[in-house]
Ligand binder design. Structure first.
Ligand code: COA
Length: 328
């Protein structure tokens, strides 16, 4: 029996309508459009403002679109993995809410927490299910409502993030799909980027709310340094061990945290800017959603057989890269 690969057969996305511009942020915190654009590459981001709608809503919309794109039926999906750090509830899993709403009645569903690397971890997890033959169709979702954990009085974090969701369907292929992955975790740096309260170490209390401990905290400068090194290191590692030269790579699909991190990664890989997917200007950092949102935005430019390097860095600390041959 020949080993199968997991290939992406459908891509979907969801972005909220509300556009939060740098200009509007100037009215909340002491910042300015020029500072944000020159330090991060971000001009605007989307915010989910409709009451009663949260991460599962964006995940559901993206999933339905991915299934439609693949021409697949929800009832044929074997597993749903939702990468998120902003689930609707701590439990049940957001993936379970999606499973019900899209009618994937034969799928088991779970969430995966790896912050900005979540989509890559979920993609490689899903791919092993396909490769082993245990599953025929796996829906991999990355969705985050970062606005739900942002302190809009903290200029060092609130300018960076946005809300959004993306999804892909994985199916088996003899030829195309995920070839290799590299994943790393450095747990001793967990507090470099985290949400201090709301988990079991510090359950919600009057004090945690007063101290704004349910919002994201980060040591921006240290994360920047680590991310710049980490994303380039894993991208080069995966190229080297698959004998890929810069000219063999059709696209770099980088996590969108900061345009300067993306540029540094592309530079070390020897890639020209035309080969790099960059949409941070419009969406900011949507955490687990950045990579599928790039795939969605560029899907009409992708050709069968294109070599893609997906690369991400995030809280945990977590980072990784995936090498895949586009096969849609
Ligand atoms: N507007 C204006 N000034 C700001 C500001 C803002 N939104 N945020 C910070 N500043 C100020 C700082 O207070 C500091 O002032 P000081 O020199 O008087 O102390 C100055 O700008 C420089 O701050 P610094 O943190 O060194 O800036 P930076 O060039 O490192 O950029 C980040 C800050 C957050 C944009 C950058 O560190 C970054 O992108 N880090 C990675 C964050 C990230 O991607 N996290 C998710 C990981 S996946």
């Amino acid at each position: 029996m020949s080993l199968k690969r997991a290939v992406i057969t459908g891509v979907g996305h969801y972005l909220p309508d509300y556009v939060l511009t740098n200009k509007e942020l100037e009215s909340y915190v002491d910042t300015d459009d020029e500072w944000i654009r020159s330090r991060t590459g971000i001009s605007e981001r989307r915010i989910l403002k409709e009451p009663g709608k949260a991460t599962s809503y964006m995940a559901e919309k993206a999933s339905l679109e991915a299934l439609e794109d693949a021409g697949a039926d929800a009832s044929d999906v074997d597993c749903i993995i939702c990468a998120t750090v902003t689930p609707d509830y701590l439990f049940p899993a957001t993936a379970a809410l999606v499973q019900k709403r899209i009618g994937a009645n034969n799928a088991f569903a779970f969430d995966l927490s790896a912050a900005c690397s979540g989509f890559l971890y979920a993609l490689s997890t899903g791919s092993t299910m396909i490769e082993s033959g245990r599953a025929k169709k796996v829906l991999v979702v990355g969705a985050d409502m970062m606005s739900s954990i942002l302190d809009f009085t903290d200029r060092t974090t609130c300018i960076l993030f946005g809300d959004g969701g993306g999804a892909v369907l994985l199916e088996a292929s003899d030829e195309y799909g995920i070839v290799d992955y590299v994943h790393n975790t450095e747990g001793d740096e967990a507090c470099m980027l985290y949400q201090p309260a709301g988990g079991s170490i510090k359950p919600a209390s009057e004090e945690t709310v007063k101290n704004k401990e349910h919002f994201i905290r980060q040591d921006g400068r240290s994360v920047f340094k680590k991310a710049t090194e980490g994303m380039a290191d894993v991208s080069l590692e995966i190229m080297e061990r698959n004998n890929l030269k810069a000219e063999d790579v059709a696209w770099l699909v980088p996590h969108q945290a900061n345009e300067r991190i993306i540029d540094a990664t592309a530079r070390r890989m020897g890639l020209s800017r035309e080969k790099v997917m960059v949409n941070i200007s419009h969406y900011g950092n949507t955490t687990a959603a950045t990579i599928p949102l790039c795939l969605y935005d560029w899907k009409d430019q992708l050709k069968k057989g294109d070599n893609l390097i997906l690369s991400a860095f995030g809280g945990g600390l977590t980072w990784g890269a995936i090498y895949l041959k586009w096969g849609k």
